[in-house]
Design a protein around this ligand. Structure first.
Ligand code: ATP
Ligand code: MG
Length: 158
């Protein structure tokens, strides 16, 4: 289905902002022109839900989560940046594996099965996009993903 991404993304962020019980500030740098993506709304909602839950789970009180969207030619790039515990370099490429959780002792109390990002990767790749992470221990983590923008429908706007 064709979904206008900015209003779709805003609605998800709103839902987390209204229900969060942590003192974490949300900052949005979204697009100010409409962009239409052909996607399965439920599946991409699941992807974004997991990324935001992770960002909240690993953020300290008083932290900030920054949502950023930019357009790169024929794709949309979404970034969710937190100022949380971060992920050690040697574990970074494993976080998209099934059941992988960094430091079981550290994260056990925070719950989770280690499936969220593996499912996210499957779904983003099924949409023709990519997903990756950058992180620094003690500084924070940014999750990036892309989704293809259909050139034809975009051209109709100009
Ligand atoms: P689930 O999503 O199934 O409830 P989970 O959140 O533990 O469980 P993933 O979402 O797949 O699993 O994340 C895998 C692991 O990557 C997490 O357990 C955590 O160790 C690490 N991780 C993911 N996102 C972050 C983040 N924003 N900051 C720090 N560590 C993270
Ligand atoms: Mg998760």
């Amino acid at each position: 289905d064709w979904i206008e991404f900015t209003s779709f993304f805003n609605k998800i962020i709103d839902r987390f902002e209204m229900t969060k019980n942590q003192d974490v500030h949300f900052t949005r740098h979204l697009l100010n022109t409409p962009v239409y993506i052909d996607m399965d709304e439920d599946k991409i909602t699941q992807v974004i839900d997991n990324i935001i839950s992770n960002a909240l789970k690993y953020s300290p009180e008083g932290g900030e989560i920054i949502f950023h969207v930019e357009v790169h030619d024929d794709k949309l790039e979404v970034q969710v940046k937190d100022g949380g515990v971060g992920i050690p370099k040697e574990n970074l490429d494993k976080i998209f594996d099934r059941f992988y959780r960094v430091d079981k002792a550290r994260t056990r109390k925070l719950g989770g099965t280690g499936l969220g990002l593996a499912i996210a990767k499957e779904m983003i790749e099924a949409h023709g996009g990519e997903i990756w992470a950058k992180s620094e221990e003690g500084i924070g983590t940014t999750i990036y993903f892309t989704l293809p923008i259909d050139q034809e429908i975009e051209d109709d706007w100009s």
